[in-house]
Every structure is written in C-alpha cells, then in structure tokens.
Ligand binder design. Sequence first.
Ligand SMILES: Cc1ncc(COP(=O)(O)O)c(C=O)c1O
Ligand SMILES: [Zn+2]
Length: 414
Amino acid sequence: MKHVIANLCIRCGAEHAPKPDRYTCSRCGGLLEVTYDYPAIRKNISRSILENRQDPSMWRYREFLPIAQDSETSGLRIGGSPLYPVPRLAAQLGLASLYIKDDGINPTASLKDRASAMAVVKAAEAGANTIACSSTGNAASSLAGNCAARGFNTYIFVPERAPKGKVAQLLMFGAHVISVKGTYEDTFRLSAEAIDRWGWYNRNAAINPYLMEGKKTVSLEIAEQLNWQIPDYVAVSVGDGCTIAGVWKGFKDLYETGLIHKLPHLISVQAQGCCPINKAFASGSSTLVPMPEDTIADSIAVGVPRNFHKALQAIRESDGIAVNVTDGEILSAMQLLGKTCGVFGEPAGVTGTAGIVKALEHGQIPATASVVSIVTGNGLKDIATAISAAGAPLSIEPDMAMLLKAFKAQGWHP
Ligand SMILES: Cc1ncc(COP(=O)(O)O)c(C=O)c1O
Ligand SMILES: [Zn+2]
C-alpha cells in the first residue's frame, strides 16, 4: 500500500501508520483521515485506464483505496450504480440539468454498502472475523449482508425505531441483532462499550476512517459517468456526516490526482427536526449543539452526529450550501422521484432531492446550474412511510360497472 501515506488526525495533525484497526488518534482521540501520495497514484491511473476496465463495481478504483491490491472483497457487486439524466424532472423544477445517482440499487439497497464492503476488507486485513456496529439501519443491513457474503460474524445494534424492512434484512443475513430501547445516541454508546469489551472489529460511523474511503467511490463514479465533466452542485442527505464527507473526499482525490479540474459545491440536506450540522454551518459555528431526533427520515435522525467536523469542513471547503427540509417536503420528494423518474427512495434517500427543490425555490442555487442528486437508499426498506406518502390503491369488486363508477369518482379518464 505504497500509495497510502498515513492516517492523519484531523484534530492535532499527528500522523499514524495506516493500520487496519487503528480507528482514532492515540495522542488526542481525534478522528483520522487517510492521506495519499497523489503523484504515486497519478503514475498508475488515468482516465483511459479506468475507461478500459471491465469491473463495474467500486473496486475498479483500487488505486484510490486504502487496501492491498490483492485483498479479498465480500464478492457482492457494490457500486456501479446508474446515473440517470432526468430532463423532464429538471424542466419541471426549472433547472438546466439534473441527474439522479441511484445508490438504492446496491446489494442491500443503500449507499452504505460501499462503506461496509470496505470494513469487511479492513477487518480481514486486521485478522478479525467478527464485526460490529450501531446504526440507524442501513449501515447495519449493509454490514450484515457483506459479512454474510464473506463468512464473517456480526453484532448489530439498532434503535428500536429502525423500520421493519431493515430489521428483516439483518435477521435474514444472520446477524446477531440487538434492538435498543432508546435513541440512536443511546444505541451508539452501548455498541461502543460492547465493542471495547469483546474486541470486535469496529464499523461504527466516523470512528473507523476507512468507511469514508468506501463511500467516496460514489463520487469517482459520478465523475466517470459524466465523462469527467463535474456538475456545479451535488446534493446529499446528511445524518452522521460520513456520507457527505466521503462524497467530498472522492472529488478532492480526483482533483489532487489531476483527473478532474473542477470541484462541485455540496448541498447538505438535513431534516428540519434534526439538523445539527446544517445549524452549525448556517451560524458559522464549529461547536456541535445536539438536537432531538425528530423526523420520519429515520436514517438521518442523528441528534449527535459522529462526523460533525469532517462534514462541516466538507460543506465549507466546497463553498456549499445547507438546506433543511420538513417531513412533508421529504414525502413530496419521494413521490416526485417515483412519479417522474421511476426511482423509489426511502425518506433519507430522497432528502437530497427535497433539498434541491427547496434550494431552487429559495434562490439558493441558480436555474442555470447542473446538479446531481444522490439517492442514498431504496424505498422498499420502509414501505409504511411510502404508503403514507403515496396513499392507498383503489380497492374494488371484480365488476366492470363498479370499475366505471370508481373511475368517475376518482376523476380518472382512461
Ligand atoms: C439512506 C441514507 N441516506 C443518508 C444517510 C446519511 O449518511 P451519514 O449518516 O453518513 O450522514 C444514511 C445514513 O444512515 C442513510 O442510510
Ligand atoms: Zn490527534
């Protein structure tokens, strides 16, 4: 791994050898970030090398990842998600150009697969075969799926509010599932204690610096799929802040190696009922003020974000914007994406799109902009919320006269 320089502490600047199971700074407890020898990467990679690669998964970007070139992966096909141009939706919103990056198509149906796939590789490099995490649901199900595919054990802590679809995934993948009667913060604390006690490999958000490296592959894909023409804005929903920090790291890595010559502005979208990162950004503060976890978008209901500083830094460095959306706006975005694009996202999955709609309405982004919205999770994970947004189907006796009557009542004119 000659291309990895160190794991750098973002608080005190100490550089640590990039061991697979070093999570935080031994000097000050700060979070670590993987740093690379960009000129060395540049020697081994180019646009045309990438374009000629057959592997559509996230591992096509190995030169940019902190793994040994021969490391074994879970074998699931992670990444290579479609980037859909959606001109009709763009026109409806009055926007010059809009793309939807649908990461809900990953094997366990969320962007978190990218991070969990990385965790499994790093755990193996550390000689571990049991991995644990706490999660609002998607990190959990992705870890469980990737562990199952690699033959590893997993202990998963989720808050009891986690939607049934995500819990079903965990159980089906054979995880040891611990449903905690408390908030996500309570769940995180208990998982941290248990991980310390039993010495499991730690896939907790933010604590493990390699997760962000997996997530950044979504940006490498976006750049390649757009033929290296970087959009003006990239919108993403934000909970713990690891995803947005990973998205930013991906674009920066490409920029540093000279594969792209422009960086996008990030649109950080949080739920109005739980937006500690956006609040800090808006007030220019760097102090985390915890918030209640009050939103239907369960995956981003994070009152004490673990990756607060990296997320804030990403929004600031990108000269980005922060948008808070109501639960109603999130539900509308679910329907909008479903009806105009055929993309079914879970509430947190479409929160980025809800943010784009609102940012346009408020003049925070110009109508001339090119924008990518990352849909981070699939709607089938939480059908109760989906049905509350979309309503019930027409229920009818098997009779044509009844059908005609019902059509009339609905105002449907086939
Ligand atoms: C579907 C979905 N979107 C967005 C996020 C936000 O990611 P992060 O917590 O890293 O900010 C999550 C996290 O669980 C998620 O599951
Ligand atoms: Zn430090």
